[in-house]
Design a protein around this ligand. Sequence first.
Ligand SMILES: [Zn+2]
Length: 277
Amino acid sequence: MIRWLWAGGALLSFVVLGARSRPPAPLRVAIAPAEGAAPLAGALRLAACPPGTAPDNDACVHLTRGADDGPAAPALSNTHREKSGRLTQYEQIPRLPDRPSDYDAYRYPIPPGLPGGHYVVSGYDLDRPDPQQRRGRTLSHVGHGGVDLPQAKGTPVKNLALDHQEGDAEVLYTGPLFGTTVVTRNTLREGGRLRDYVVLFGHLDSIAAGLSPGASLKEGDLVGAVGDTGSPSLVHLHLEVRRVREGVDLAKVPAGAPLLADNVSVVCDPRNVLPLK
Ligand SMILES: [Zn+2]
């Protein structure tokens, strides 16, 4: 597993909307880009992150796996105590018990970029206890809903069919979101019915030529190239999977940030849907 550092100043790619105006009962956290659609807005400067870490959409993340990154998964804990003391509970779809916890058991859109053939430098932490989650500058920004996959700038990012996916992925959005971003819709057959997911490829250096909303992506098709847009100095792919809520018609959802809105999709542990090696 991946060890997290939460520097006091780190803020994340997610925001708690209305947290201060709602009652103290369990709160739902809307997940959206830290600063709307502005790709670099609010990004931490490198100097703001402690040694051994680098900024990633305003969070400080470890650059290497820690020696004590043991395999034991902590108890599920999708809660977070804000600086004010208020306990916030947020939605997520946790890893299913039958899915391996080891990130290296899965395939990804880019080759492994870490020593030893590992992929994930920092990642999905919504299933981690409160102190191990990424923190925002004001402690109102919690959790990290994707996995971060380091690789050399310019490395091709190739589309990956998810487990139980039916048909091709459809491009929903290309443009600024988590840096330069591509969002696709992937339809999966789960429990005998079809469910839509959205997959977010973030911090791209470039988007594949000709790729635009409505395009279909087959397994292996080029999505773009690894970069550090929105995460200056930390070149990596941010890969995030979100399950579209029941009854939502994606055709009626404006492209871009609204796809990530609380009432449209909910963050999902990517291990539930990534294809196994
Ligand atoms: Zn990330």
